[in-house]
Write a protein of this length. Structure first.
Length: 160
């Protein structure tokens, strides 16, 4: 590969991932093996978008990697991280992120449930209020009728 060769972002990412996952070669030996100038490989390793493959991973991929990582024993975790070109602090960040999202989802579900309960309670109270308004109106009408009847009977008693 020549010095002026253009590499795709995916090729660069794969080379960086391959270097980070291997233990047997230093950067000089690795760059010779890959036939890429050492300074080029060093530059790629410094690029966050290449050195941090988690930024290119989808949420489902991160979740899958997290699940796989958590199932491993301590001896295999380092190899797993190197193989996938990720760091232990990223695993912790993902774990925290997924836990926070789960808590948030649970809170939203609880809020929806509470809103539904509140809505049903409001509807029940409004129904009861309408019933009591009707009863109050009926009692008021009866009182008015009773007063009119009392007045009417008083007038007839006075005429006699």
């Amino acid at each position: 590969m020549g010095k002026n060769k253009q590499y795709s972002m995916e090729t660069k990412r794969n080379i960086v991932r391959k270097f980070l996952s291997q233990k047997e070669y230093g950067i000089l030996a690795f760059s010779k093996q890959e036939n890429i100038p050492e300074s080029t490989v060093r530059g790629w390793i410094k690029l966050p978008q290449l050195n941090n493959p988690s930024s290119a991973l989808k949420t489902t991929e991160r979740f899958q990697l997290l699940l796989e990582y958590l199932e491993l024993d301590e001896a295999d975790k380092g190899l797993f991280l190197r193989k996938h070109g990720i760091y232990s602090h990223q695993i912790e960040e993902w774990k925290s992120e997924f836990t926070d999202n789960l808590k948030s989802t649970n809170r939203m579900t609880e809020d929806k449930t509470q809103r539904a309960k509140d809505k049903a309670r409001i509807k029940e109270l409004e129904k009861e209020l309408r019933r009591k308004d009707k009863a109050l109106a009926e009692v008021s009408a009866l009182l008015i009728l009773k007063k009119k009847a009392d007045l009417l009977f008083q007038e007839t008693d006075e005429e006699d």
